[in-house]
Design a protein around this ligand. Structure first.
Ligand code: MF3
Ligand code: CO
Length: 247
């Protein structure tokens, strides 16, 4: 069941989401070759704490960090550790903040130094998939139109869409209904109600879409070892369009 938010609740959701957007920007200005993924996580932890919020990921289902830092072939849920970020890597940073009783959630993929043309395109297309997905999106749009648009754009550019992970509703819980698939059939699914708050998060891969989870129980890696990119914002469905809370 989609938990539609009141205007008062949406007001309360602005702050955690603004913190997520600002934190992603903050990380983007600092991430560079030579840093470890753990150092990225520390930046995120300090920023969220200094903003008076809590890092929602820390301790979520036993997750041990404030951010997911996923390098190259890691699709999502990369646990920050001693891995050194190198020139030519693409690094996705996914984070959530909790404040005012609500969560915010967002992700970006950053290019580190000189990145191959293919990886650059992958990162660009992941972001474009998000913006394609929200074109014309408003109250009454069938849910799977989102996935249809993501899939069209990703596959049209020669990339594949990750199936094993999805976007989601968000609010007092980090994950609420509905699941927001990144593939699907146009014109199907529930018609989205006004004031639904969703995380739309295309995850696309340069090779095949199959993923395996590492022995740590979290780190999702492409089976073929090719790179993946991730881009996510939290937004409100409105009568006449969407309102993005993390930009
Ligand atoms: N931010 C992720 C999402 O989009 C959640 C990460 S799982 C966690 O759903 F364990 F790290 F919290
Ligand atoms: Co999310």
């Amino acid at each position: 069941m989609i938990r539609v938010k009141t205007e008062e609740e949406i007001e309360l959701m602005r702050e955690p989401n603004r913190i997520v957007g600002d934190c992603l920007k903050f990380v983007g200005e600092r991430i560079k070759a030579g840093m470890t993924t753990k150092e990225v996580d520390t930046l995120v932890y300090e920023f969220i704490k200094a903003s008076g919020a809590e890092p929602s990921c820390l301790g979520y289902c036993g997750y041990p960090a404030s951010a997911c830092v996923s390098v190259n072939e890691v699709v999502v849920h990369g646990i920050p550790d001693g891995r050194v970020i190198e020139n030519g890597d693409i690094v996705s940073v996914d984070l959530c903040a909790y404040k005012n009783g609500f969560h915010g959630d967002g992700a970006r993929t950053f290019c580190i130094g000189e990145v191959s043309e293919e990886k650059k395109k992958l990162v660009r297309v992941a972001e474009e998939c998000f913006f394609k997905a929200i074109e014309g999106l408003r109250a009454g749009t069938p849910l799977y139109d989102i996935g249809y648009r993501v899939q069209q754009h990703a596959e049209g550019n020669g990339f594949s869409v990750i199936r094993a992970y999805t976007g989601h509703g968000i609010g007092r819980e980090m994950h609420e209904d509905p699941s927001v698939l990144n593939y699907g059939k146009r014109g199907t699914g529930v018609r989205l109600p006004a004031n639904a708050v969703l995380c739309i998060e295309p995850m696309i891969a340069a090779g095949g879409y199959r993923v395996r989870v590492a022995r740590d129980g979290w780190t999702a890696i492409t089976v073929d070892g090719k790179s993946a990119a991730h881009y996510e914002n939290t937004l409100v469905i409105r009568e006449d369009g969407v309102e993005i809370l993390t930009l």
